[in-house]
Ligand binder design. Structure first.
Ligand code: MN
Length: 728
């Protein structure tokens, strides 16, 4: 492209950035932004993105997202413009400090530390994410700018290499979308999830988009008919409002079809009806509208959600109800005001807009301080932490009270003990009992919204291992583990002594190498745990003699290196061993050996990738394996591309799970259909009935995925069958 034109486009983009914070900048501030822009343009002058456009478009776009979509102010815009300079250009933090001052410098420092998402040789991304959280208390803007950076990278992902796309997409749905959700950026979260899904499951994405398009007319007619009486009444009572139907996100529709094992056509709740009021008396008006809606349609009492009286932790306010339509389908209706809608779409950004100034919500403050407390423990296994953390990000909330009436938010399924820990870690650690609504209950009691809880404590109490089985919040889990560890350490010290004596008797050195081999032999990851279990008498030390020994040192024989396989893995392995089914790596050695991962049992035809394990060679996983995201995010450098080479030749074992009614008729038809399939052989069939409903499992030999899918379709058509899904 000609340079003059390019410069014009850059200037246009820059003006867009200025417009995005028009109402929030003074003349003085405009000058600072211009300074940052000039510096960034010069610094990135000779660099282009993979798409061919000048690099400066990226920081400009990130700055614009910060202004328009997150609602940040001048300092953040300046930092967004400069966010890649220190890492990619000769500009140093010192330079930034001199020109823009300490605040900008520290934010850019934070951004630089957590960059590196495209670096495949670096340590795990989980570590980077942890670093990002450690910067929160310094300045939450670091995270918000990072979110904007990620959003722009996702929007422009198309020009990246296939292997990178998948990693970035996995990381996005694994960490960044939940984060956006937690911070209340609903539209950013939806977009991130949508983009990530589109790249991870392109075919499924296309299929659902097409179906949504095809069923659009039917849906619109239905909604019109449903909304008409409501509209008439709202008009006659003089409400000013908008009524719209919103289709749910494609990833969430996909999840539903998977969970329920049904086709798209059967999922009717792909949309919700939303009524947005122009109102001053917000709460009263929302309830008036609720009353009108439920005059026409009967509400499901189980599904009333009052997030107006109890806003969610991320600031979300709305009144939700699910009502029965005349055609017998449940329809979700969301009632809210313009302000609530704004907050729901833009999250905290909207709060900031209303407050004009950069201020943190106290709820957010509490959450951040909890996260920080957990994060700061260096010994914690990062991946484990992130899993907990991510689960807490997404879960729904309940609202419970202390005896004095103070309100606490907890995730659903939280127990009395979780509550104790959320009041204070010492209250949790010393908890001996709980009263819910004045009644004594076990610590494992699941709480419900509205419960009032009194915690009973004793100075003599110490946390128990069994507590871990029922607490669900990361804070409680973490605190319990921390206390147990202290106790473990003392016991483990005894275990270590026992082991030392035993080795001494056998004339074996207590050397680091020997301990390593012992850990492997007894399948332990950690020294501490190993010693602890020895002290408890749970390790059969007689087995030490199985290991080869030379002059006081162990040596590895092949029988030790072979890991112990569970029976399911054995069942899954190929019936006939062929060595040309999967090609691993692009153009790499075709003779690489591999195993099929037992967690997802890939079939020929499934989209797959290879993962280099520590002890067990290369494992092949399905792209949609439940573990895939986690593996890609944390160990990208161990991922190999892989694809199936030949379609036929080997039979694989797979399983189907199904439920239904009328067992006699179904089993007969089921077995007939399977026996008529030439390419499929049944291995086993199990049933269990309960009050007229039955559940069953068939294990089959099949040749590829398309055969299996055809069979699933046929089975779903049997009268009396409710659900057929492949066992994951
Ligand atoms: Mn960037």
């Amino acid at each position: 492209m000609d340079e003059a034109l390019e410069n014009k486009m850059i200037l246009n983009a820059y003006r867009g950035v200025l417009r995005s914070i028009k109402s929030r900048r003074s003349k003085e501030e405009t000058k600072i932004i211009r300074k940052a822009f000039n510096l960034a343009v010069n610094a990135h002058r000779d660099v282009r993105r993979k798409s061919g456009e000048p690099y400066i478009f990226h920081p400009l776009a990130v700055a614009r997202i910060c202004g328009d979509e997150i609602g940040l102010g001048t300092i953040s815009i300046v930092c967004a413009l400069l966010h890649d300079t220190v890492e990619d250009t000769p500009i140093t933090l010192n330079d930034i400090d001199k020109i823009f001052g300490q605040k900008v410098k520290s934010i850019i420092d934070g951004l630089t530390k957590i960059s590196g998402e495209f670096d495949f040789t670096s340590s795990s991304q989980a570590e980077n994410f942890k670093k990002m959280f450690l910067t929160i208390p310094d300045d939450v803007r670091v995270i918000l700018i990072k979110l904007a950076d990620r959003l722009h990278n996702m929007r422009t992902l198309d020009s990246m290499k296939e292997s990178k796309k998948l990693k970035i997409a996995s990381e996005t749905s694994y960490l960044y979308a939940p984060l956006a959700h937690r911070l209340g950026f609903f539209s950013i979260k939806t977009e991130l999830e949508d983009l990530a899904f589109k790249f991870t499951y392109p075919n499924e994405y296309k299929a659902i988009t097409n179906k949504l398009q095809k069923t659009k007319d039917v849906r619109e007619r239905f909604i019109q008919k449903f909304a008409n009486p409501i509209k008439k009444e709202l008009d006659s009572q003089g409400f000013k409002y908008q009524l719209k139907a919103r289709t749910k996100g494609i990833p969430s529709i996909y999840r539903k079809t998977q969970e329920k094992g049904v086709d798209f056509e059967e999922i009717f709740d792909v949309f919700a009806v939303r009524i947005i009021l122009d109102s001053k008396d917000e709460k009263a008006d929302c309830w008036k509208v609720y009353s009108i809606v439920t005059d026409f349609y009967i509400p499901n009492p189980e599904r009333l959600r009052d997030w107006i009286s109890y806003p969610k932790q991320n600031g979300y306010e709305s009144l939700h109800t699910t009502v029965m339509s005349p055609t017998g389908k449940w329809v979700e209706v969301q009632i809210r005001t313009n302000r609530m809608d704004h907050v729901a779409e833009k999250g905290l950004a909207a709060h900031w807009k209303y407050k004009e100034k950069f201020e943190n919500d106290t709820r957010l403050d509490k959450w951040i301080s909890d996260v920080r407390e957990i994060m700061e423990n260096k010994s914690r296994n990062t991946t484990e932490f992130l899993d907990d953390f991510k689960n807490n990000l997404y879960s729904d909330e309940i609202y419970v009270f202390t005896p004095k009436g103070d309100l606490f938010n907890l995730p659903t399924k939280a127990t009395a003990l979780d509550f104790a820990f959320s009041v204070h870690s010492d209250v949790g650690a010393k908890c001996i009992g709980a009263k819910v609504n004045s009644k004594l209950v076990p610590l494992s009691q699941t709480l419900r919204s509205g419960d009032q809880i009194e915690i009973l404590t004793s100075e003599k109490q110490i946390p128990k291992e069994s507590w871990l089985e029922f607490v669900i919040t990361s804070k409680a889990k973490y605190k319990i583990k921390q206390c147990l560890k202290e106790e473990h350490k003392e016991i483990a010290a005894n275990g270590k002594e026992i082991l030392k004596r035993k080795l001494n008797n056998l004339k074996i050195n207590f050397s680091e190498n020997n301990i390593k081999i012992l850990l492997k032999h007894f399948s332990f990851n950690e020294h501490l745990e190993f010693y602890y279990q020895i002290a408890n008498g749970n390790v059969n030390l007689g087995k030490i003699k199985e290991i080869g020994l030379k002059g006081g040192e162990f040596y590895l024989s092949s029988s030790i290196t072979k890991s112990i396989k569970n029976s399911f893995e054995n069942l899954i392995k190929k019936v006939k061993k062929g060595d040309e089914d999967i090609l691993i790596g692009e153009g790499s050695d075709p003779n690489l050996d591999y195993k099929l991962a037992p967690c997802c049992n890939p079939l020929p035809g499934d989209a797959v990738f290879g993962f280099i394990t520590i002890n067990d060679g290369i494992k092949i996983h399905r792209n949609n394996c439940p573990n895939a995201k986690q593996l890609r995010s944390n160990y990208a450098y161990r991922i190999l591309s892989a694809k199936w080479k030949s379609k036929k030749g080997n039979a694989f074992i797979t399983g189907l799970e199904f439920t239904g009614i009328d067992i006699v008729g179904v089993v007969k038809e089921l077995t007939t259909i399977i026996s008529e399939e030439e390419e499929i052989n049944m291995k086993s069939l199990n049933f269990d009935t309960n009050d007229g409903v039955f559940e069953g499992e068939i294990m089959l030999y099949v040749y590829d995925k398309s055969h299996l899918e055809k069979l699933i379709k046929k089975l779903r058509n049997i009268n009396g069958i409710e659900k057929v899904v492949r066992i994951e």
